[in-house]
Design a protein around this ligand. Structure first.
Ligand SMILES: Cc1cc2nc3c(=O)[nH]c(=O)nc-3n(C[C@H](O)[C@H](O)[C@H](O)COP(=O)(O)OP(=O)(O)OC[C@H]3O[C@@H](n4cnc5c(N)ncnc54)[C@H](O)[C@@H]3O)c2cc1C
Length: 349
């Protein structure tokens, strides 16, 4: 069977790209092995425009946040689901330097529109150990990535364009395309494998820097908190008293499974933030597909035009995914140029 595109991986990157290509009338087939350590399965889906200790503005957030909002809202309408949530990040400020930096930064051009004062500290005092102050980062958002992936999976299954199968690089190396893909061939094969792309010999020039993260999903009865709380940890609401809490960045992880040491340390951190009792419901781990220069990586292979990649969404898949999926689809279908900053060819000079 001949298709226009084979897509390997149905995480956020593969799902969005597959949807774009189908929307534009192309024939596709997806292969995915639903790996437990896939980032999309446990991501909080937060889009936070101001991050880090120095209150840096996220890369091109003025462009990506409104784009993502419109994109996800169209998907909500199409599939009758609720995945885009407007949120505020309540950012705990620690000490006078932090407070001064916050106010200093909020007076910079382009920052003030996201950084506001929080005036109802006493409202939170029953539930949280309060710090010196709180800054509000708004607009921010939370995308229900696991629901998005599940919805897309059902949609691809209905269309009979997805197989639950791990692709064997050895067969690809031998150019045995039909065996590798169960008798299916395509004009182009697009790899959207998340962090597992680091094991793909076809892309060994890409300097991947995968970052493992662990998450505790906890029940906190009676918190009724609808915002995102950023202390040294992040707490994000999932509904029905369940909260996503995390995470950490482990750059040289030897495996993608949850660890007892993370759980023990993180429970202490939660106790330092929360005054309310909580119960750990489950504990998960996954690996973020980051690249050294912290930019997405997309496009056809400079030495093998039959294969292409969509990867490098790193820690920010929720905001980067929609924009760059469309950018890549337009490039593949209409030959529009890829932006050099994200083009795979930057690693092949
Ligand atoms: C703890 C944690 C918290 C995060 N929080 C946020 C957040 O708040 N906001 C945000 O924007 N981002 C967040 N992220 C990052 C976000 O999850 C990623 O940017 C995004 O999900 C990456 O999607 P992906 O499709 O590239 O990779 P993945 O989700 O890893 O998907 C890759 C898919 O490819 C499949 N696959 C791989 N190799 C093969 C093969 N050979 N054959 C068949 N199938 C294959 C895998 O099974 C998987 O389903 C977080 C990540 C983690 C780990």
């Amino acid at each position: 069977m001949q298709k226009d595109y084979i897509i390997i991986g149905q995480g956020l990157a593969g799902s969005l790209l597959a949807y774009e290509l189908l929307q534009q009338g192309k024939s596709i087939h997806i292969f995915d092995n639903h790996h437990e350590g896939a980032a999309s399965s446990i991501a909080a889906g937060i889009i936070n425009p101001i991050t880090g200790r120095r209150f840096a503005k996220s890369w091109r957030i003025d462009q990506f946040l409104p784009f993502a909002k419109e994109y996800y809202q169209k998907i909500e309408q199409r599939f009758n689901i609720n995945i885009f949530h407007d949120r505020a990040v309540l950012r705990f400020l620690h000490g006078n330097k932090d407070i001064n930096d916050w106010y200093g930064r909020s007076s910079w051009e382009g920052f003030g529109e996201y950084m506001q004062e929080y005036e109802n500290m006493e409202e939170l005092a029953d539930h949280f150990h309060l710090p010196f102050g709180i800054g509000v980062i708004k607009p921010s958002a939370q995308i229900d990535i696991p629901l998005l992936i599940k919805t897309f999976k059902e949609y691809f299954q209905e269309k009979n364009v997805i197989s639950d199968q791990k692709i064997d690089y050895q067969l690809l190396k031998q150019n045995d395309i039909k065996s590798a893909f169960n008798g299916i061939d395509a004009d182009k094969i697009i790899f959207c494998e998340g962090y597992q792309a680091q094991f793909n010999p076809a892309f060994d020039a890409i300097p991947f820097e995968p970052a493992k993260g662990e998450v505790l999903f906890v029940k906190i009865p009676n918190l009724n908190f609808k915002d995102l709380l950023k202390n040294k940890i992040m707490i994000a609401p999932l509904g029905n008293d369940l909260y996503w809490t995390g995470s950490n960045y482990e750059w040289n992880a030897t495996h993608d499974r949850p660890t007892e040491s993370f759980k023990t340390d993180f429970i202490k951190k939660l106790q330092k933030t929360l005054k309310l009792p909580f119960e750990v419901i489950y504990h998960k781990a996954a690996i973020r597909p980051s690249v050294k220069d912290r930019r997405p990586v997309l496009g056809s292979h400079p030495r093998n035009p039959k294969i292409a990649i969509f990867n490098g969404l790193g820690t920010k898949g929720a905001s980067l995914g929609p924009y760059w999926a469309k950018h890549l689809a337009n490039h593949l279908l209409n030959n529009t140029p890829l932006e050099p900053e994200v083009n795979l060819s930057r690693f092949y000079v």
